[in-house]
Design a protein around this ligand. Structure first.
Ligand SMILES: [Zn+2]
Length: 169
């Protein structure tokens, strides 16, 4: 399933060809990107990036502080979220965390199938599913993008508070 950008349209002004995500086809591409963009591992020897899966099942990543829609160059995606690389004791990279956290695209947890297919092509160890997965609902009354927690299906906008659909929209 394809996801269109549903976030703040003001962000579309940031979309530029040269800021599109870096395409990862192999572990060597990850190593190159880390060097090229001068990423520094955190205290857990981890590096987190923004990612999207494009419509050709390619993994594109950018600095974690950049927007998904910029990473995708404004295009539709098959999934989006945050991805964390960790250097294991044998000095090879694995994916220690991956989420579908993107309020720009609100990808379903079901988008995992596209993520899995893409990561298998890259050839890097990864988890059985999103390490943290989010459910998004766009309020049909006010348009607010809600992140569902604890099965609480009520719009978080204090001026709205209308019920949200239990089904994905
Ligand atoms: Zn609402």
């Amino acid at each position: 399933m394809e996801y269109i950008f549903v976030g703040d349209t003001g962000l579309l002004r940031l979309v530029k060809a040269e800021w599109k995500g870096y395409c990862i086809r192999s572990v060597a591409d990850i190593e190159y990107w880390i060097k090229k963009t001068n990423q520094k591992p955190d205290g857990n020897s981890e590096i987190t990036a923004t990612f999207i899966i494009d419509l050709e099942y390619s993994l594109l990543i950018n600095d974690r502080h950049s927007e998904h829609v910029v990473c995708a160059a404004g295009e539709n995606v098959l999934s989006a979220g945050e991805i964390t690389f960790e250097l294991d004791k044998n000095k090879s990279y694995l994916i220690s965390q991956i989420t579908n956290q993107s309020t720009g695209y609100c990808p379903s947890p079901k988008s995992w199938s596209a993520v899995k297919y893409t990561l298998e092509k890259v050839g890097i160890p990864f988890s059985d599913f999103f390490t943290v997965s989010f459910e998004f609902r766009i309020c049909s009354t006010c348009g607010w993008i809600n992140v569902i927690k604890d099965n609480y299906f009520v719009c978080i906008n204090s001026e709205c508070q209308n019920p949200l659909s239990a089904h994905e929209n």
